[in-house]
Write a protein that binds this ligand. Sequence first.
Ligand code: SF4
Length: 320
Amino acid sequence: MNDLASTPQPDHTPPERPARQRKPDWIRVRAPVSEGYHETRKLMRELNLNTVCEEAACPNIGECWTKKHATVMILGDVCTRACAFCNVKTGMPRAVDPMEPENTAIAAAKMGLEHIVITSVDRDDLPDGGASQFVKVIEALRRTTPKTTIEILTPDFRGKMRRAVEMICEAGPDVYNHNLETVPRLYPTIRPGARYYASLRLLEEVKSHNPLIFTKSGIMLGLGEQRLEVHQVMDDMRSAEVDFITMGQYLQPTPKHAAVEEFVTPKAFAAYGAIARAKGFLQVASSPLTRSSYHAGDDFAKMRAAREEKLAREQERAKA
Ligand code: SF4
């Protein structure tokens, strides 16, 4: 008898992949088929622009592109990081496209945008992390479509944050968004290349440069976070004077990405939204399909109105 037959052998059966959870009804969206969708797609290709809508496989693309709301992703389509939640390609990025600022401005003009959201991949390979390209895009937009309000959603500019934020704030975007993405406990697995407190500091830094720039930040829910951890993130954002919080359901882009731990119900999103409002955010977006740039123009208008009301109330109180 072979010895091996009686010796316990290591189990080489591949571990079972956790089954992908079936999406609940409230997540299902219609396929993008409208004429507006195809026009937006054509324009982006003609101008050689990337969008986070496509790269992140956003579920709202049908709705947003029908209305010609696309979020332009500058600095290429290859990211130097590999976050466990993100669908954007990872690797060595290509050279920065010098035509990107002008092309972004042309796209905004052709789409007749009142509000534009610009984001980027992480460019840890560039000496300024890509901050100067954000500045050039803002400047091109101000020249070409001066009435368009500008929202930027930046990376954390690891190791170069202070100078990058200073340059961008001087260019004067209307909204500066930087997402915390998840609760601090989950950073090592979900956002291993980033630091929670460095991201919070970035948001504080924007306000210290120019308190008039609205700040915005968001987290994904359904990654295994606890309710009290979400409340703590809200408190941290408020201590950094963040004006606008977004909360949306995390969706697993491919089986290789972090699994969905929970589909948070619309009722639970509404409850988180109510708590965020009570904590003093000027604007709150909390629903399963909320994304940083979803309905960004309408929400910007509401946030601006909320600030004006708040200032008027404070002036009234000061007079009394
Ligand atoms: S929510 Fe944002 S990323 Fe998604 S399709 Fe709309 S604009 Fe694009």
